[in-house]
Design a protein around this ligand. Sequence first.
Ligand code: MLT
Ligand code: MN
Ligand code: ZN
Length: 305
Amino acid sequence: MHIRVLGSAAGGGFPQWNCHCENCLGVKQGTIEAKPRTQSSIAVSSNGKDWVLINASPDIRAQILGNDVLAAQDGLRGTTIRGVVLIDAQLDHTSGLLFLREGSLLPVYCTETVRRDLTVGFPLFALLKSYCGLEHHLIDLKAGECRFTVNGAEGLSMKAIALKSKAPPYSPNRENPQVGDNIALHITDKASGKSVLYAPGLGTFEPHLEPYFASSDCVLVDGTFWLEDEMIRAGVGRKYASEMGHLYLYGEGGMIEILKNFPKPRKILIHINNTNPILNERSTARNRVSDERIEVAYDGMDIKI
Ligand code: MLT
Ligand code: MN
Ligand code: ZN
């Protein structure tokens, strides 16, 4: 299976346009060792030719132009993207659909709650009818999980797993969570049997995730915040990580501690907020992560499993 990290940052990207936090200023001025990053999305493929986009970031245009595996080699116009799977309705994961409007009818795979948010609060489905049009494929989470394949990329078996995280701020579900607001994706290459777990928004480590952490060959998981009160400490916000549906990395019950229990998989942090000290490659936080053999995703990262 081929996994291409298109965007490894959380909403806002790195640096964020209006932010002068230590990291954003440091990367802009070149005073820290850190890579700029675009907003959250990956592409996966079993054959290297037919790709599934997982989330559509507002940086999608640059991401496609920067990753030539996503450019079709034949025909006057076209793409190797066979469909888009959405793991939630957050703006950093969905607003990129607007910038695919020059293409043909776009197959979008998402849950009913996400479809509703993208019909009412952020009416992409209605709006794009006047452009390329979206073709909705339902991820039906009635049993808490749902297996599906993306047409044209049948080499990958997808399994959506319901998660506790957060619906977007514009959603009526923000403070009234519904099954389907957030999912993790367990993607298996049918030919090789190798699998990856992709969960950039993980509010808490729920027991039903354990088998996936244990059996996957690679986990690409929520690396948004180093600390629960990181935004507050940095003076850039008032929200705690948990209020935003993200589990902090460092400390008791944090993601680093959880990942210690799983020796097998390749462990990669993704969806990293611009305030997170792990972005600074010379920081203590980054060393702590590396000491645990945990990798930090970067744009263009090519993962073959
Ligand atoms: C989040 O995951 O909480 C987002 O990155 C927020 C956003 O997109 O603004
Ligand atoms: Mn996000
Ligand atoms: Zn910043």
